[in-house]
Design a binder for this molecule. Structure first.
Ligand code: SAM
Length: 217
């Protein structure tokens, strides 16, 4: 999520949530994300027995690579073809190409198509207008019985006042997502977890909204 020097029109703000905007961000050579796995992924998944995993909004593949190194067989999914191509390149460089595959999907219309996974995870995918509730319910359909769903995003914060109003509205609390969770799930974690991140060379305090649920049937 980047800042903007001028007031965006409604169309410009809406376009930031669509594939062409992300295709452009991933079109250059410069790496956008650190490549390190996300903190809540490491915190929650390190103790699980590896199986099959789906990471939706996988971007450049940092989490996919970490999961593959832990022994998971991972499908990285994103709506950006350029992002997926980068992720596949990074996975090959990391020596985990044989444990990974790639799926171009839009989380807002995602359908599991009969596939199911022991872990479905998504980090910092922020669809507009409260869309994460429906994304949560769509991703839940792809969780195998006994499997886990981990949804993580930015909690709203003063730290993000440089972003557009629509980007800030797309942030959520873990409990906001609960209406999207089917009855077959038990909630294991629904909380905002403190984390520090570096922005413009400064350390800032943020909270990761973290929902972890397990499919019981
Ligand atoms: C902020 S990046 C996070 C990337 C990665 N999960 C991480 O935490 O480093 C958001 C990613 O979600 C993807 N994305 C955004 N909206 C999406 C949607 N509706 N469906 C699928 N992917 C989406 C973008 O292309 C981008 O790669």
């Amino acid at each position: 999520m980047g800042g903007h020097g001028h007031q965006l029109t409604d169309e410009e703000a809406a376009a930031m949530f669509e594939p062409p905007s992300w295709e452009e961000r991933y079109s250059g050579e410069e790496k956008i994300w650190s490549g390190n796995p996300n903190a809540q992924l490491v915190a929650e998944v390190s103790g699980l027995t590896p199986g099959t995993a789906l990471d939706v909004g996988c971007g450049e593949g940092g989490d996919v690579i970490w999961l593959a190194r832990q022994g998971w067989t991972v499908t990285g999914a994103d709506f950006s073809a350029n992002g997926l191509a980068r992720a596949a390149r990074h996975a090959a460089e990391a020596g985990v190409a044989d444990r990974t595959d790639w799926w171009q999907v839009d989380a807002r219309t995602f359908a599991a198509d009969g596939r199911s996974f022991d872990l479905v995870t998504t980090h910092f995918l922020h669809p507009p207008d409260g869309g994460m509730v429906e994304v949560t319910s769509r991703l839940a359909e792809a969780v195998a019985p006994g499997g886990h769903l981990l949804v993580v995003g930015h909690a709203p914060s003063e730290v993000f006042t440089h972003l557009t109003a629509s980007q800030r509205r797309a942030m959520f609390l873990a409990e906001d997502l609960l209406p999207g969770l089917p009855d077959a799930f038990e909630v294991l974690v629904a909380e905002q977890r403190p984390r520090t991140m570096t922005r413009d060379g400064k350390t800032v305090n943020v909270h990761d909204s973290t929902l972890l649920a397990q499919r019981t049937a």
